[in-house]
Design a protein around this ligand. Sequence first.
Ligand code: GDP
Ligand code: MG
Length: 201
Amino acid sequence: MIFGRSERGKPPVEPVTLKILVAGGFGVGKTTLVGAVSEIRPLRTEELLTEAGRPVDDTSGVEGKHTTTVAMDFGRITLREDLVLYLFGTPGQERFWFMWDELSEGALGAVVLADTRRLEDCFAAVDYFERRAIPFVVGVNCFEGAAQYPADAVRQALDLDGDVPVLLCDARDRESVKEVLIGVVQHAMEYAAGSRQAVGT
Ligand SMILES: Nc1nc2c(ncn2[C@@H]2O[C@H](COP(=O)(O)OP(=O)(O)O)[C@@H](O)[C@H]2O)c(=O)[nH]1
Ligand SMILES: [Mg+2]
C-alpha cells in the first residue's frame, strides 16, 4: 500500500502571525520582557543615557539603568506551532510618540507594562490604546521592593474598563511573560468577537 503525503506525517502548518505591542513608561521593563521570551536575538537600539538626556529621562526609581531604547525592541515567540507573535516594544519616552501610530498599524493588541511605584508613567499608554480601540492588557511588573497591590487596586488606580485584564508578572521570567502574552491574545479575540456582535455581522 502506498501512503500519500498527508498520511505519512502532518503537513507543515503555516503559522498565523500576530503583532503585539509592548508599551509602558520608561524603565518599566519592556526591553527585559521582549528579551525574556524572544526566540530570535531581540533587536534593540539602545543608546547610553547622555548628560543631555538626563533632565528629560527621569531615572529616579530606576537605579542602575544606563541605556535607553531609542527606536524599539523587536522579538518573536512561537506560542503554538500554528501561532507566532511578533513583539514590538514602543519607545517609552514622550519625545518618541510620533513612532507609535506607525508601530500600532496592524497590531492585534498590546501589553501596557506598569510599575506600581510609578503607575502614572503608563497613563499615556492606556489613554493611547483606549482612544484607538486597540485591545490591551495591563501587565504589572512586580519589581522586588515595590509594594504588591492586588490587581483590582491597579485597575481602579488606572481607571480601567472592567473587561481589561490586569496580570501580575515578572518581565524577566519567560513563563510569566508567556502568560501575559496569552492573556493579550485571548483578550483581543474576545474583544474582536464583541465588536462583531455590536455591528451585527
Ligand atoms: N528587579 C527587577 N528588575 C527589573 C525587572 N524588569 C526589568 N528590570 C530592570 O529594570 C531596568 C529597566 O528595564 P528595561 O527593560 O530596560 O525597561 P524599558 O525602559 O521599559 O525597556 C533594567 O535594569 C532591568 O534589568 C523586574 O521584573 N525586576
Ligand atoms: Mg527599553
